[in-house]
Design a protein around this ligand. Structure first.
Ligand code: CIR
Length: 254
């Protein structure tokens, strides 16, 4: 069975962290209904939803991806780069414990799950404003015995590695070349985002389809032209919080 761990949109999301986008008012009701449609898409793609209750005091807590790295063998509970987000991990660790042995990233390491891209047995970890080399070392130690190769990747211009590149099919990446050097992934097929849509590289591959923001029409056309099956969702309100489609779930097999 495939499980998608999510968390309800927080009523204080207007106080969320912002790094590269300027603050715009988020309509909470609309954000909630968009989030529900996103969950329905996950369900339609075969996921059972495990939705955690709202965390009223944690504005960014809908973005569960940043709190854990869930592999087939273990779960690594992160130490998010933004201090305001660190309390988010407690309930996530509790929710993951029945499914995986859990391990923690310790100070001075910081890492957001949005910076970790898994491709088979390779973990690419973005060095961003949220993720530091100490955390990369800790991750490498935790996964070494499970056969993973860990590679640190310089991230520039955007929040997370997965703002710049995501997997949209086997060996196929969707990538913004202004933010990430495609040569890091030289053996793989690369689809470049449309340059008019810099935030368009974040897609969520679930099984054989990709959940993708409907706002990036030009890149969506590129994906479809490349033979990628796309399920488009409107996540405009979550985008105002600098979130997108990978960040609102942790998808794993149980
Ligand atoms: C933050 O700055 O942490 C949140 N406002 C957005 C996090 C988005 N996370 C992600 O893309 N993995």
């Amino acid at each position: 069975m495939r499980l998608a761990l999510t968390r309800a949109v927080n009523r204080g999301i207007n106080q969320c962290e912002l790094t590269h986008v300027s603050r715009q008012k988020i309509n909470i009701e609309l954000a909630r209904s968009q989030h529900q449609v996103y969950e329905s898409c996950l369900q339609n793609l075969g996921c059972e939803i495990l939705r955690l209750p709202e965390e009223p005091d944690l504005p960014d807590s809908v973005f569960v991806e940043d709190t854990a790295i869930v592999l087939d063998e273990i779960a690594i509970i992160t130490r998010p780069g933004a201090e305001s987000r660190r309390p988010e991990v407690k309930s996530i660790a509790k929710a993951l414990t029945p499914y995986r042995p859990t391990f923690y990233i310790h100070s001075p390491g910081t890492v957001d799950g949005g910076d970790v891209l898994r491709i088979g047995k390779s973990l690419y970890v973005g060095l961003s404003s949220r993720t530091n080399p100490d955390a990369v070392k800790q991750i490498a130690n935790l996964v070494a015995s499970h056969g993973y190769k860990v590679e640190a990747v310089e991230v520039r211009g955007c929040l997370h590695l997965k703002s710049a590149v995501t997997l949209v099919w086997e060996e196929t990446l969707l990538l913004n070349p202004s933010w990430i050097d495609p040569r890091v992934f030289e053996t793989r097929r690369v689809i470049k985002i449309d340059p008019s849509e810099p935030y368009a590289a974040n897609a969520l591959l679930v099984g054989e389809k990709v959940i993708y923001p409907s706002s990036f029409g030009a890149t969506l056309d590129r994906l479809q032209d490349a033979g990628i099956a796309v399920v488009a969702v409107d996540v405009s309100e979550l985008q105002k919080a600098e979130g997108a489609v990978t960040c609102c779930s942790l998808v794993f097999n149980v």
